[in-house]
Every structure is written in structure tokens, then in C-alpha cells.
Design a protein around this ligand. Structure first.
Ligand code: DGY
Length: 348
């Protein structure tokens, strides 16, 4: 019997790629850069499955270019704003993502940004390398103390909660804004507040919300004007949640203390962006989930989603035992039971 044809839009770790290769006839995009729109439209033609990245815009045109045989779209990311879910649903194509497996890596990184900006690590590093370090100074590179600071989390899903857990270890007060009531978590001491209160009270604001029409430019000049002048703003969600022109103005005139961005609008940030002229910002190339462990698990999960979709399974909670064995055979340590939920977003 012939194997299902799939297009994989970038090389992923072997943890998942080997599964796909065993089960499918794979067309792998080998370049380091994503396929152009033209290449994407051409290479999806006739495939049964598509494994794509957040750098690929997957809309109705791509789905139609592929053809009616397309059975599944598996996104190698937890965020799925690059995929037009409505178009997929209309065509009855299940879409998978990779929740949970990158929660800790991303929360660690958000915290790394909090500390980098709050304690001015990058500025200190530049100071040393530039030969400016002449002596110990009582007023040198003063930053923000974590203990007792109020951390405001925008979004209180898996990653927001994981950041809250880390903050508790630093004796911070945690408040969060979420448009939806969240089930109380007995291990996390955090208070739900409205958006305005969060902006006004937080010493550190960390964004963990998906990108939707409601959250695009949620952090604009008006939101920034309500923040404390000493606030640190961190974004490891999606670049478009922050209006970068407004952020630049605020940072330039020290209306806020600093910012740490793992994500920007656009990506990559153009080299002539004025943000790159500022000292009070740390900008990273969208690497919050880039631990080896997380990327291996994302690869494995994206592969499993792709194969499940090809097999016609659109929503399932697979037997935990079977999956734990699967994971161990792959040399991966299971993290949470939810890992085994193949999250098909569009048809459930
Ligand atoms: C995601 O998965 O959505 C991240 O942005 C990349 O890991």
C-alpha cells in the first residue's frame, strides 16, 4: 500500500521526523528559511498531510492548493495564529498544535527576560565588554528587586501559571488578567484583577496571551500610559500583542523602566528598527521554547498529530500507558498527562 504524502516545511528534530518518515512519503523543505508563498503553494499540491511552522501562513488558499485529499494540518507550535482555523474547519481539516510540552521552557525564558531586564544583565555585559568597568559603584546599574514586586500576568493559561509558580519562589505578589474565569489552582497564590488594575499595579508585566483580534496591540500607547514608570514589560507570546512604535516612545523617554521581547512585529525585527538603538530593552529571536527537551517533545507531538490525522483520528485522548511507553522508547520523559491529548482544534 502506498504511504500518505506529506510536506514538512522545515527540518525538525529526529524524535518526530523518524516517526513521520516511517509512516509517510515525506517531502521535506531543507532550507533554513521558510518556503516562499509560491513554494508553499506548489509543494502542498496533492499532499495528504502538512506539518508546518509558525512562520508559514496557512490559509484557505494553501488548503485549496493542496486539494481535497488534505487530511490534516499539524502545527509545530502551541500558538496557531498562523493558521486560518475557520477555513480549516469549513473544509473539515483537523489542525493539531503542541500544547504543554513547551510550557516550562517558555516560562523559564520569560523569567530569564524578567531578570535580564529587571537586573540589567545585558547592559552590565556590554559595560564590561566595552571597557567601561573601572570600579565598584554604589549607584551602578541599579535594577529592580524581585522580592515583594508585583508580577502582572496577562493571560493565565499553562504558561502564565508556570511563570506564576516561578514568581512564588521569588516571593513576588502575583496578579493576573484573564478574560475568562480560571479554575483556582491550590498551588498558585495569584489574584485575578481587571486589565486596568493590572496595568496600574504591576511592577513587572508579562504577556502570555494568544494572538487574536482582541489581543492585537493590546499593549498600545494608552495601555502603556497607565503603567508605572518603573515597570518592566515582557513579551514571550506573539509580537503583535505589543504596538512596537508605542513601546519605542515609552522606552526612549523612560516612561517605563525596560522591556524584554522574545517576539516582535514583524519577525525578524528589521536591523534598522529604532528599538535596537535603546539600552533599556532586551530582544531575543523567538527562542523561548528552544530547550532541546521542549523541541524534541514538540517534534514528537507534531508528528503524532500528523499521523493521527492521516489515520482519520480527529480528537482523542490516547491511552496514557501506551503513550508513556512510546515516549520512553523515544528517550523522552513524559511531563504531564495532558501531553497525550492530541489537540485537534478545528473539529472538536
Ligand atoms: C509556540 O509554540 O507557539 C512558540 O511561539 C514557539 O515555540
Amino acid at each position: 500500500m502506498s504511504k500518505p504524502k506529506v510536506f514538512v516545511t522545515r527540518a525538525i528534530s529526529e524524535k518526530g521526523f523518524e516517526l513521520i518518515n516511517d509512516f509517510c512519503d515525506v517531502d521535506l523543505w531543507m532550507d533554513d528559511l521558510p518556503p516562499s508563498r509560491e513554494d508553499l503553494l506548489q509543494r502542498v499540491r496533492g499532499v495528504d498531510g502538512l506539518l508546518c511552522l509558525l512562520t508559514d501562513r496557512i490559509d484557505g488558499q494553501v488548503m485549496d492548493a493542496s486539494g481535497q485529499q488534505l487530511k490534516v494540518i499539524s502545527n509545530f507550535a502551541v500558538g496557531f495564529d498562523n493558521i486560518d482555523i475557520n477555513s480549516a474547519t469549513a473544509r473539515k481539516i483537523p489542525v493539531g498544535n503542541t500544547p504543554d510540552v513547551l510550557t516550562d521552557a517558555t516560562a523559564d525564558f520569560a523569567f530569564a527576560l524578567i531578570l535580564s531586564v529587571g537586573r540589567r544583565l545585558m547592559e552590565g555585559e556590554r559595560y564590561v565588554r566595552n571597557g567601561q568597568w573601572k570600579t565598584w559603584g554604589p549607584m551602578l546599574l541599579l535594577g529592580i528587586e524581585m522580592k515583594g514586586a508585583t508580577l502582572g500576568l496577562v493571560g493565565f493559561g499553562r504558561i502564565g501559571k508556570a511563570v506564576a509558580r516561578r514568581a512564588m519562589g521569588f516571593d513576588m505578589r502575583v496578579i493576573y488578567y484573564s478574560p475568562h474565569e480560571k479554575k483556582p489552582d491550590p498551588d498558585i497564590n495569584a489574584t485575578r484583577v481587571d486589565f486596568e488594575t493590572l496595568l496600574e499595579e504591576a511592577d513587572i508585566i508579562s504577556l502570555h496571551t494568544p494572538l487574536t483580534t482582541e489581543t492585537r496591540h493590546l499593549i498600545d500607547s494608552e495601555a502603556i500610559s497607565k503603567m508605572k514608570p518603573t515597570v518592566v514589560l515582557i513579551n514571550s507570546s506573539r509580537g503583535s500583542v505589543v504596538d512596537l512604535d508605542a513601546l519605542y516612545e515609552a522606552l526612549k523617554f523612560n516612561r517605563i523602566f525596560g522591556a524584554g521581547l522574545d517576539v516582535t512585529e514583524p519577525e525578524p525585527l528589521p536591523l534598522d528598527s529604532p528599538l535596537l538603538t535603546l539600552d533599556n530593552i532586551v530582544i531575543m529571536p523567538h527562542i523561548a521554547s528552544a530547550s532541546k527537551t521542549a523541541r524534541d517533545k514538540m517534534s514528537w507531538m507534531a508528528a503524532k498529530n500528523l499521523i493521527a490525522g492521516l489515520e482519520g483520528i480527529t480528537c482523542q485522548i490516547v491511552s496514557i500507558h501506551r503513550c508513556i511507553n512510546d515516549l520512553l522508547t523515544q528517550g523522552l520523559r513524559p511531563c504531564m498527562s495532558k501531553l497525550f491529548f492530541y489537540n485537534f482544534l478545528s473539529l472538536t
